[in-house]
Every structure is written in structure tokens, then in C-alpha cells.
Design a protein around this ligand. Structure first.
Ligand code: S3P
Length: 429
């Protein structure tokens, strides 16, 4: 693992294409594996997490070729996966583990999903519970941690309301629902990203979604597709954050995913005073895609809470890192979920930002990062705790500090955005 040193200052100036969206890439790969025929996916995510999904699918007997961000998958059909000879290793990827758990629940064999140290600490009860209600048998460690040994089989349809908003849990149930004996229903009180519903429809599944009630019908065979993955806004926001912090910056991002269940962060930044313009919006393969132009502008600060948390869950680290550069600071509440991500993101952000001199108040469900009046940040040695989004958030904060910042194990950014540091360097000229 290598460290990265970030010198502050300069400006962001230029155009960037973002790697393919991580969330959408996982779903296209999984559904292509379950479809009949050969799917071709362009701009497949370069993220290590999405490579983990491909590797797990290969171990389930799916033929996959991949080169230059193009992935060709010859689907096994809904009933064609093979019992894996080895454990399926999702490495750092919660999405891989939770969504594949849904697929494996419906298979006539037993398989085991494992992951790295971080993933083996994360809560899996949230998928075990509904999948067991559907009839799968799942053995776990400590009542709900991976490895998960999943004995699949014929499934019962359920009507389920997840206790906390989670697109991964919703997706696990919808994927298992493809194998159920009737229509399965997921009820969401707070909307989460709907890529699974959109992708299922693209592959020919029968899924309905109205006002937070999503129903999946088992049955129709999935058909192979040619699809292009939009650029990953959740990675792009770190470049946007850099452009907002550095005076005289001007950044253009092309072909970015603008699905409304993901793009709320742009509205929030605009409400803080950010200069963000969206153009060339079009619907491609069921997903909204467009260009984003960002210019440096002073930010007022604000609060994220309630249903906004699920809408911006992956962008909260970047918003916290913007806190010291805003007039009134950034407050995040109702976000206890951040404590069970790839790291305890509240603790990791508070520690990293404090190391740089920020004033941070930590709460069980969030944090308050004081604004400019708390003083300028200074360069420091910081630890992202192996978490890609913390590494990139601290790099953004470092751009506006006085003096260099060294980020330990910064290449963990590759989990979602391997090109982040080189793209940042290129845009700073
Ligand atoms: C994801 C859903 C979110 C998000 C994660 C990706 C997905 O997790 O934080 O990075 O692709 O469905 P939860 O569903 O656990 O909130």
C-alpha cells in the first residue's frame, strides 16, 4: 500500500470522463450472468469492487471476457449457475456480497461468500433476515457477519419492509424474487437508488415500482443486452469538491450518471451556492446521463438529515471535507449508517479532519464540521482507515490546507476510483 502526498493550491481546469458507475456496473454484470445470450457492457467500472463481482460470477461458471472497460458476459440463464468449488470472495465490496446473497438464495446448491477484514466486520443480518424468510438457509459468523454459507433452494415470495433504507437489501430481495413462487414486494419509506429496478427492466424482467412499493414477478427469462454504464457521479463529486475549494477552478465532466436517486448531492451543493450547470441530459439504457460544469464559488454551509442521508449516503464524506471551506460549516445527522460502511466513516473523517486542524463535533449519528471561522486547515499525516471514500475526501480537504498532507495507504481509492489521483493531478496541470 502506498501513501500519497498532496500539496495544496492551484486550480482545477479541464475536462474529465469518469469511470463507469460502480453501482450500475455490479447490477449489469449480475443480470447479464443470469440472462440468456451474450451481453456487452461498455464503460464497465474500473473499480476493484466491480472486478470482485466479475470474479465471483466466474466462480459460478459464467464466461466473462473483459478488456479496456468492455465486458462481454455469456449468461448462464436463471437456472444455469454452477456450484462454486471455492469460496466467493467479495473482497471490500458490500454490494457484491449483499446482491449475490440474493441470487445465491435461489440456487439449488450451497455456496459461501466471504470478504476482506472490513467486509467481514460489516452487518449482514439485514440480508440474512429477508432471504431466510424466503426459505434460504444462511449460516453466518457471530449471528450476522461474513463468511455467509448460503444453502439456496426454492423460494417463497415475501412482502418486506426493510428496517432501514438500503438499496443493497432491496436489490438482494428483488434478485431472490426472480426465483420465488410468486410476486415479491419491497416497501421503502425512504427512496434508495433504483438502479436494480431499472436494470431488471432493461434485461426483460417484470418489475413494477410505484411510490415506494416495488414488486418483482418471477418468471420471464432475462435477455442479453448491450449497455453502456454512465460515469460515476459518486467518484466525480470528489473532483467537484476540489473545483469548489480551489479558486479559479473550472471543471467539465462528461457522460455522468444523473439518476435522481443519486444526483441529490448536486442540488444540495447548489443550495450552498455552488456554481453547477447540467447540460445534454438524455436517457440511455433507462438511466439519465448528462454533462456537469462546475466553477469555483464560495459556499455557505448547511445540514444533511432525514431522507437526504440515503440520497447522498456515498457523498457524505466529501461534504464533510468541504465543511472547513464553507461559511457556516456542514452538519450531518441521522447518518448512523456511516459507522458501518467500509470504515466507521464518522470516526475516520473526524480523526482525519481534526488532524488537519478542523473543529469537528462527533455525534452517534453524524458530525458537525465547523466552517471557515474555525481557521485554516494545515497539512498533516492522515489515515483513511483503508476506506476509498475517506482517502479521496481527505485529499480534497488537503487541497485547501496550508502545507502538504500525506495520506497513508491512499491507493485504497482504487476500490471505487483507481484513476482519482492521476485525474486530479492532470486537472491541476
Ligand atoms: C449501494 C448502496 C449503498 C451505497 C453503496 C452502494 C448500491 O449502500 O452506500 O456504496 O450499489 O446499492 P446501502 O444500500 O447499504 O445503503
Amino acid at each position: 500500500m502506498s501513501k500519497k502526498t498532496i500539496s495544496p493550491g492551484g486550480a482545477i481546469d479541464g475536462v474529465a470522463e469518469l469511470p463507469g458507475d460502480k453501482s450500475i456496473s455490479h447490477r449489469y454484470a449480475i443480470l447479464a450472468a443470469l440472462a440468456e445470450g451474450r451481453s456487452e457492457i461498455s464503460n464497465y467500472a474500473s473499480s476493484a469492487d466491480c472486478a470482485s463481482t466479475l470474479e465471483c460470477l466466474r466462480r459460478l461458471g459464467v464466461a466473462i471476457e473483459s478488456a479496456d472497460r468492455r465486458v462481454a458476459i455469456t449468461g448462464a440463464g436463471l437456472a444455469g449457475l454452477k456450484a462454486p468449488r471455492k469460496m466467493l470472495d467479495a473482497e471490500n465490496s458490500g454490494s457484491t456480497m449483499r446482491m449475490l446473497a440474493g441470487v445465491l438464495a435461489g440456487q439449488p446448491f450451497t455456496s459461501t461468500l466471504t470478504g476482506d477484514d472490513s467486509l467481514r466486520r460489516r452487518p449482514m443480518r439485514r440480508v440474512i433476515e429477508p432471504l431466510e424468510q424466503m426459505g434460504a438457509q444462511i449460516a453466518s459468523r457471530d449471528g450476522g457477519r461474513a463468511p455467509l454459507e448460503i444453502r439456496g433452494g426454492p423460494l417463497r415470495a415475501i412482502d418486506y419492509t426493510p428496517p432501514a433504507p438500503s438499496a443493497q437489501v432491496k436489490s438482494a430481495i428483488l434478485l431472490a424474487g426472480l426465483y420465488a413462487n410468486g410476486i415479491s414486494t419491497v416497501r421503502e419509506s425512504v427512496a434508495t437508488r433504483d438502479h436494480t429496478e431499472l436494470a431488471l427492466r432493461e434485461f426483460g424482467a417484470n418489475v413494477e415500482s410505484t411510490r415506494g412499493v416495488i414488486r418483482i414477478h418471477p418468471g420471464p427469462k432475462l435477455k442479453a443486452r448491450q449497455l453502456t454504464v454512465p460515469g460515476d457521479l459518486s467518484g466525480g463529486v470528489f473532483l467537484i469538491g476540489a473545483a469548489l475549494i480551489l479558486p479559479e477552478s473550472s471543471l467539465m465532466l462528461h457522460n455522468v450518471g444523473l439518476n435522481p436517486t443519486r444526483a441529490r448531492v448536486l442540488d444540495f451543493l447548489i443550495s450552498l451556492g455552488a456554481s453547477i450547470n447540467i447540460a445534454s441530459v438524455q436517457l440511455r439504457d433507462g438511466e439519465l446521463v448528462g454533462d456537469i460544469a462546475v466553477r469555483h464559488a464560495p459556499l455557505t454551509g448547511g445540514r444533511v438529515s432525514g431522507s437526504q442521508v440515503a440520497e447522498m449516503i456515498d457523498e457524505l464524506p466529501m461534504l464533510a471535507a468541504l465543511g472547513p471551506f464553507t461559511e457556516k460549516g456542514i452538519e450531518i445527522r441521522d447518518a448512523q449508517e456511516l459507522r458501518v460502511k467500509e470504515s466507521d466513516r464518522i470516526a475516520a473523517l473526524a480523526a482525519g479532519l481534526r488532524q488537519m486542524g478542523a473543529k469537528v463535533e462527533e455525534f452517534p449519528d453524524g458530525m458537525f464540521v465547523e466552517g471557515r471561522s474555525a481557521g485554516k486547515l494545515r497539512g498533516a499525516r492522515v489515515d483513511p482507515h483503508g476506506d476509498h471514500r475517506i482517502a479521496m475526501a481527505l485529499a480534497v480537504a488537503a487541497l485547501g490546507a496550508e502545507g502538504d498532507t500525506t495520506i497513508r495507504d491512499a491507493d485504497c481509492a482504487a476500490v471505487s476510483f483507481p484513476e482519482f489521483f492521476t485525474t486530479l493531478a492532470r486537472l491541476r496541470g
